[in-house]
Ligand binder design. Structure first.
Ligand SMILES: [Fe+2]
Ligand SMILES: [Fe+2]
Length: 264
């Protein structure tokens, strides 16, 4: 089987990010000859959560699978999608009783199957179960079903993400960070042939504070007076990482992906 080429897109933020993905992903998929496209969509619904209709449209537009993060349950409507669909996963280190699957495997015809897992970090975040233990368990469950595995590490601290990436080096194809919405310049293939980037950045408006209106976030930060943080609109970009891998699931390359787009 030939080399596998996948694009992972970071947190889709609000209508600008969501529209940018819907309008461009099919063309990007063709132009770049991608085998798989996976996206984190935890901020799609007006900046927080994901609605079922949005999830369906993302899949229809050419996204193979969706990961989420700490905003996963902000829209309770998504619970039905999490129960029904095998194209969406919850963080694997959420409580056992949380709605959603801890991992999934997607398969396009003629391509090797791709396993998808998401875990949450623990530094500067709400308490969750141990991501290392959760990954041990999940990888054991998936081990004989796919060679290629993509792990979305949804975490605040770069050290948290680096620790998890080093722990997973040689065990998975790619460890790609989300949640901070700002791309990092550290994309690399680790010694054990696992591709890694601390944060792939968001799909959304970069003329913003991590996707939200600059004035409003600054006002609340300066005064401690809360106000609604509208999703910003300017400088919309699609950001992510492109990973290539050999038939055994070893990463052969990683490149940052960044594209400015006009949203209609
Ligand atoms: Fe997040
Ligand atoms: Fe996010």
């Amino acid at each position: 089987m030939p080399e596998l080429k996948m694009l992972f897109l970071g947190d889709i933020v609000g209508k600008p990010g969501y529209s940018a993905v819907l309008e461009n992903v099919a063309r990007i998929r063709d132009e770049m000859d991608l085998d798989y496209v996976v996206a984190n969509a935890e901020n799609a619904a007006d900046g927080s959560g994901l609605m079922p209709k949005q999830f369906d449209q993302l899949i229809d537009s050419g996204i193979d699978a969706v990961t989420l993060g700490d905003h996963i349950y902000k829209r309770k409507e998504i619970l039905s999608s999490l129960q029904k669909s095998d194209r969406i996963v919850r963080p694997a280190n959420y409580p056992e009783s949380s709605t959603g699957r801890r991992w999934t495997i997607i398969k396009r015809s003629g391509r090797a199957p791709l396993g998808i897992v998401s875990v949450m970090g623990r530094v500067f975040m709400r308490p969750v179960d141990c991501p290392f233990a959760a990954l041990d368990q999940v990888l054991e469950e998936m081990s004989d079903q796919c060679e290629h595995i993509l792990v979305d590490v949804h975490a605040e601290a770069t050290s948290d993400k680096q620790c998890l990436a080093r722990y997973l080096d040689g065990k998975v194809t790619a460890v790609l960070g989300t949640h901070t919405h700002v791309p990092t310049a550290d994309a690399t293939v680790l010694p054990g042939d696992t591709a890694f980037q601390c944060d792939v950045g968001m799909c959304g408006p970069y003329e913003s504070i991590i996707g939200r209106d600059i004035e409003r976030v600054t006002h609340t930060t300066r005064t401690a007076e809360p106000c609604h943080f509208h999703v910003a609109t300017g400088d919309v970009r699609l950001c992510g990482a492109i990973v290539t891998a050999d038939p055994e699931g070893r990463a052969t390359g990683i490149e940052r992906f960044e594209k400015r787009v006009v949203v209609h």
